[in-house]
Design a binder for this molecule. Structure first.
Ligand SMILES: Cc1cc2nc3c(=O)[nH]c(=O)nc-3n(C[C@H](O)[C@H](O)[C@H](O)COP(=O)(O)OP(=O)(O)OC[C@H]3O[C@@H](n4cnc5c(N)ncnc54)[C@H](O)[C@@H]3O)c2cc1C
Length: 424
């Protein structure tokens, strides 16, 4: 007789591992396609104690669920050392700024007027359509904002989505209610963001199967069968309940027999892409070994965060890592180029900005994130109930379910665990 787990969790990102942690003590298996656990919290630790993040890094003070979990797990959150405004770009000349400020005032007036998130005037309209015949530079300002914050264009972001992103990547679109905040300010995980997911995995006590890709999920008797493919071939896992913590398009592709409303909801979730090239430099006086080694595309953009995101501390003196990436609109241009070409482009962009550090680069990472951030497309909020809905013993979580950041992922994982506990 095959083993029957209490719960099979699909995907070992923040969402899946938060579920596993909240269900600790149960008989749980977590199935993860990648060779690493943590999904988009991937990071690397260097021998000298410094680290590089390939994706999630920033724990703004409103991410209270992540902070609560970090405290429970005894993890160190250290001041991030930069202000999020640096990432979002300036507002141009005084005249341009005055016009942008007028649009910001309109946006903030919408935010002071709470309505259902699915209200057509918020959810049914793109930011570009809302801006209408505003001057080009106003469109360009919000285009940069949406690009940086959600890896999407203003034509792919609803007004509700922009309201969620405005301010400090808030957890609420409306300003009428105070947003809970930690008093620790904006932080990052000491040692890299993977320390968070590693600790969740360890504390969960769950059986972890990484390198096994889920290919099919189907109802079987009173429970579920999960078919996965890994180096050892195909395996079937049987469980009473399943928590799907996969990106929405993957969930849609692998789960059989989904009802039409769920198919519609999952199918509506689109992700912006991202190509990450974290760049690590040695302390002052060090001589790096990494330099551009291949041609890159003339005129293409290889860094869109202006290298403002970095490990805390004085990198010029002590060394550290610049968290470098390009978001969707630019990632599309270089997506299929080879790794050396993309890394070389990022190194050239780095040298142009920091000529004094270019000779100290000792490492550059690489990661293509196909499902980098779930966008808030027009019409998405109207699907909320269907996105959250469980099917018989099958629950859904992931950052696309609530808000597209680690806090949303953690909260959705916790909600899935509560549903499991209510029905086990
Ligand atoms: C460049 C970048 C920067 C970011 N910066 C921040 C930030 O500063 N702060 C913040 O809060 N958030 C940030 N985010 C967002 C944050 O990383 C995500 O919201 C969060 O980590 C998502 O967690 P998740 O568990 O929902 O998804 P994921 O981490 O994507 O987990 C899903 C898991 O499913 C696995 N999987 C996929 N297919 C299969 C399959 N067939 N079988 C088995 N497993 C499968 C994946 O490998 C993955 O591990 C950033 C994201 C990116 C890309």
């Amino acid at each position: 007789m095959d083993r029957l787990y209490d719960v099979a969790i699909l995907g070992a990102g923040v969402a899946g591992l938060t579920t596993a942690y909240r269900l600790r003590g149960r008989d749980i298996v977590v199935v993860e396609a990648a060779g690493h656990i943590g999904g988009r919290t991937l990071s690397k630790r260097f021998d000298d104690g410094s680290w590089a993040n390939y994706a999630a890094q920033y724990v703004s003070s409103d991410k209270v669920k992540v902070i609560e979990l970090a405290d429970e797990l005894g993890l160190a959150l250290v001041p991030s050392g930069y202000h999020s405004d640096e990432l979002r770009g300036n507002r141009g000349s005084a005249a341009e700024q005055a016009e942008i400020d007028r649009w910001v005032a309109r946006l903030e007036a919408e935010m002071a007027n709470p309505r259902p998130p699915s209200a057509p005037e918020l959810d049914g309209i793109s930011v570009a359509a809302w801006l209408g015949d505003a001057p080009e530079h106003v469109h360009a300002f919000f285009e940069r904002w949406c690009g940086q914050l959600i890896f999407a264009s203003t034509i792919e972001t609803s007004l509700f989505g922009l309201m969620l992103l405005w301010g400090d990547q808030r957890t609420s679109a409306f300003t009428a209610e105070p947003v809970p905040r930690s008093n620790r300010g904006d932080t990052v995980f000491a040692g890299g963001t993977n320390t968070f997911t590693d600790a969740l995995a360890k504390a969960s006590g769950a059986e972890l199967r990484s390198g096994e890709s889920v290919t099919r999920v189907l109802r079987e008797g009173e429970g579920w069968a999960v078919i996965s493919r890994g180096p050892a071939g195909e395996r079937t896992i049987r469980a009473r309940q399943v928590v799907c913590a996969l990106p929405a398009p993957v969930a849609l592709a692998v789960i059989e027999g989904l009802p039409p409303a769920k198919v519609l909801a999952l199918g509506a979730i689109r992700y912006g892409r991202n190509v990450a090239t974290p760049i690590a430099v040695l302390p002052a006086g060090g001589r790096g070994t990494v330099a551009p080694s291949a041609p890159s595309r003339p005129g293409a953009v290889y860094n869109t965060n202006g290298f403002v995101l970095k490990t805390p501390g004085d990198i010029a003196r002590d060394g550290g890592c610049y968290h470098s990436y390009v978001h969707d609109v630019h990632a599309r241009v270089i997506w299929d180029d080879n790794v050396e070409s993309i890394q070389s482009g990022a190194l050239r962009a780095f040298a142009a900005q920091f000529p004094e550090l270019a000779g100290r680069v000792h490492w550059i990472g690489f990661q293509r994130w196909e499902h980098a951030l779930a966008q808030y497309r027009p019409g998405r909020q109207a699907l909320q109930d269907d996105l959250e809905a469980s099917l018989e013993g099958l629950h859904f979580c992931g950052d696309y379910v609530i808000t597209a950041n680690m806090d949303g992922a953690a909260r959705s994982g916790e909600a899935a665990a509560a549903k499991v506990l209510a029905s086990l």
